[in-house]
Design a protein around this ligand. Structure first.
Ligand SMILES: *[C@@H]1O[C@H](CO)[C@@H](O)[C@H](O)[C@H]1NC(C)=O
Ligand SMILES: *[C@@H]1O[C@H](CO)[C@@H](O)[C@H](O)[C@H]1NC(C)=O
Ligand SMILES: *[C@@H]1O[C@H](CO)[C@@H](O)[C@H](O)[C@H]1NC(C)=O
Ligand SMILES: *[C@@H]1O[C@H](CO)[C@@H](O)[C@H](O)[C@H]1NC(C)=O
Ligand SMILES: *[C@@H]1O[C@H](CO)[C@@H](O)[C@H](O)[C@H]1NC(C)=O
Ligand SMILES: *[C@@H]1O[C@H](CO)[C@@H](O)[C@H](O)[C@H]1NC(C)=O
Ligand SMILES: *[C@@H]1O[C@H](CO)[C@@H](O)[C@H](O)[C@H]1NC(C)=O
Ligand SMILES: *[C@@H]1O[C@H](CO)[C@@H](O)[C@H](O)[C@H]1NC(C)=O
Ligand SMILES: *[C@@H]1O[C@H](CO)[C@@H](O)[C@H](O)[C@H]1NC(C)=O
Length: 329
C-alpha cells in the first residue's frame, strides 16, 4: 500500500481524486489486515490528546470489564449513548500465568485498533485502557479488548442509541373512532421524532399536513400520533423514529381497525334484551296499578262490610279482625 501511495504522490493527483482514493482505501482496509504500517498516511489515528482537549466539555463515560483466565463466556456490556462523549474503556485480566506473555489487542467491530491504548500490570492483573471521543454515528458499535494467553479472553462494550418502546401487541380500534399511538424512550432527549406508516412494503412519512393526524411532542422523551376518523385502511404498521446526535432508533406499532359489522349480532341481542326488560317492567307497573285499583275497591267493600258487621254483634269478631289485618298491609 505504501508503494501505491508513493506512486500516486509522484503523479500529484488533484485533492478531490486523492480524497476519493482515500475513501476507497479506507473501505478496502479491513481486508488488508496485514498492512498495519504505523506511518501509512491512511491508517494514522487522529491525535487523541488534541481531540480530548477539543471535546473536553463532553461528558466522560467510564466503563470497565473484568476477565480472568477461567472466564467461559465473552463478557458483554451494553452502553446507551445519545450525544457525543469522551469514553474511557478499561479491561482487567487476572491470570496465574506470566503477564508478559499475554497479548493485548483492541478491536472496533472487526477492525484492529492501532496502538493508542495503554497497558499496565499490577500484581497478577493486567489492565488495558482505551480512551477516545465518540462524535458521530460511525463510531457507535462494538469495542472489544482481547487478552491472548493459551485461550483468548474477550470483553465487549456495545455502544447504542436509546431504544424506543412501541407496542408488542397490536392496537385494536374501530372504524370512526380515533386512536393514539405512543412511542417513548427512557431518559432520552431525541433531536427529532418522525412517524411513518406502511404503504404496501414501503415506509412513508405520516402526512401531518392532513387534518387526520395530530402529533403531540409535549415531552421530549415521547411522541404521540393521534389518528382521527379511523378507516379500515388506516390499519397496518406504524413506526416512530427518533433522531439522536449519534444515530437513530425506531419503534414499531401495529394498528388493527375493526369495522362494526361483526358486532351487529351482538348489538341485536343487546337491543332485544333491553326491549324485553322494558316490556317486563311496563307489565309489572301496569299490573301493580291494577292491583292498587282493586285493593282500593276491596277496602271500600270491607268498610261497607264492617258497617254491616257492626250490626251483627259479637259473633263476627274473628272474621272482622282478619279483615282488619288484610287492610293494614
Ligand atoms: C461544549 O462547548 C461547545 C463550544 O465550545 C458548545 O457549543 C457545546 O454546547 C458544549 N457542550 C457541552 C455539553 O457543554
Ligand atoms: C467497574 O465498574 C463498576 C460499575 O460499573 C464499578 O462498581 C467498579 O468499581 C469498576 N471497577 C473498576 C476496577 O474500575
Ligand atoms: C445487549 O444487547 C443485546 C441486543 O440488544 C442483547 O441480546 C444482550 O442480552 C444485551 N446484553 C446485556 C449484558 O444486557
Ligand atoms: C500478538 O497478536 C498479534 C496480532 O494478533 C501478533 O501479530 C503477535 O505476534 C502477537 N504477539 C504475541 C507475543 O503473541
Ligand atoms: C493501571 O491501570 C489501571 C486502570 O487504568 C489503574 O487503575 C492503575 O492505577 C494502573 N496502575 C499502574 C501501576 O499504573
Ligand atoms: C418522560 O419525561 C417526563 C417529564 O420530563 C417524565 O415525567 C417521564 O417519567 C419520562 N418518561 C420516561 C419513559 O422516561
Ligand atoms: C427533524 O425531522 C425533519 C423531518 O421530519 C427534518 O426535516 C429535520 O431536519 C429534522 N431536524 C433536525 C434537527 O435534524
Ligand atoms: C400508497 O401508495 C399508493 C400508490 O403508490 C398511493 O396512491 C396512496 O396514496 C398511498 N397511500 C398513502 C396513505 O400514502
Ligand atoms: C399532549 O400530551 C400531553 C401528555 O402527554 C397532554 O398533557 C397534552 O394535553 C397533550 N396536548 C395536546 C394538544 O393534545
Amino acid at each position: 500500500m505504501r508503494a501505491l501511495s508513493g506512486r500516486l504522490g509522484a503523479r500529484a493527483p488533484t485533492p478531490r481524486l486523492l480524497l476519493l482514493l482515500q475513501c476507497l482505501l479506507a473501505t478496502a482496509r479491513p481486508s488488508s489486515a496485514d498492512d498495519s504500517a504505523p506511518d501509512s498516511p491512511f491508517t494514522s489515528p487522529p491525535v487523541r490528546e488534541e481531540m480530548l482537549e477539543k471535546y473536553s466539555n463532553f461528558s466522560l463515560q467510564s466503563h470497565n470489564i473484568s476477565l480472568t483466565e477461567h472466564s467461559r463466556m465473552p463478557v458483554e456490556k451494553n452502553i446507551t449513548l445519545e450525544r457525543p462523549s469522551n469514553v474511557k474503556l478499561t479491561c482487567q485480566f487476572t491470570t496465574s500465568g506470566d503477564l508478559n506473555a499475554v497479548n493485548v489487542t483492541w478491536k472496533k467491530d472487526d477492525e484492529l485498533l492501532e496502538n493508542n491504548y495503554l497497558v499496565n500490570a499490577t500484581g497478577s492483573t493486567l489492565y488495558t485502557q482505551y480512551r477516545f471521543t465518540i462524535i458521530n454515528s460511525k463510531q457507535m458499535g462494538s469495542y472489544s479488548c482481547f487478552f491472548q494467553e493459551e485461550k483468548e479472553q474477550k470483553g465487549t462494550f456495545n455502544f447504542k442509541v436509546p431504544e424506543l418502546h412501541g407496542k408488542n401487541k397490536p392496537l385494536i380500534s374501530y372504524v370512526g373512532d380515533s386512536t393514539v399511538l405512543t412511542c417513548k424512550c427512557q431518559n432520552c432527549v431525541p433531536l427529532n421524532w418522525t412517524w411513518y406508516r406502511s404503504n404496501g412494503s414501503l415506509q412513508v412519512p405520516v402526512g401531518v399536513q392532513m387534518n387526520k393526524y395530530v402529533i403531540n411532542d409535549t415531552y421530549a422523551n415521547e411522541t404521540k400520533l393521534k389518528i382521527k376518523q379511523l378507516l379500515e385502511e388506516d390499519g397496518g404498521s406504524y413506526w416512530c423514529r427518533a433522531l439522536f446526535q449519534l444515530g437513530e432508533s425506531e419503534g414499531h406499532i401495529e394498528l388493527v381497525v375493526l369495522s362494526y359489522v361483526p358486532l351487529k349480532p351482538f348489538f341485536a341481542i343487546v337491543a332485544e334484551v333491553v326491549l324485553l326488560v322494558a316490556i317486563i317492567l311496563l307489565c309489572e307497573k301496569y299490573t301493580q296499578k291494577n292491583k292498587k285499583h282493586s285493593d282500593e275497591g276491596r277496602e271500600f267493600e270491607q268498610i261497607e262490610q264492617l258497617k254491616s258487621d257492626d250490626s251483627n254483634g259479637i259473633e263476627n269478631n274473628v272474621p272482622r279482625l282478619r279483615k282488619n289485618e288484610s287492610t293494614g298491609q
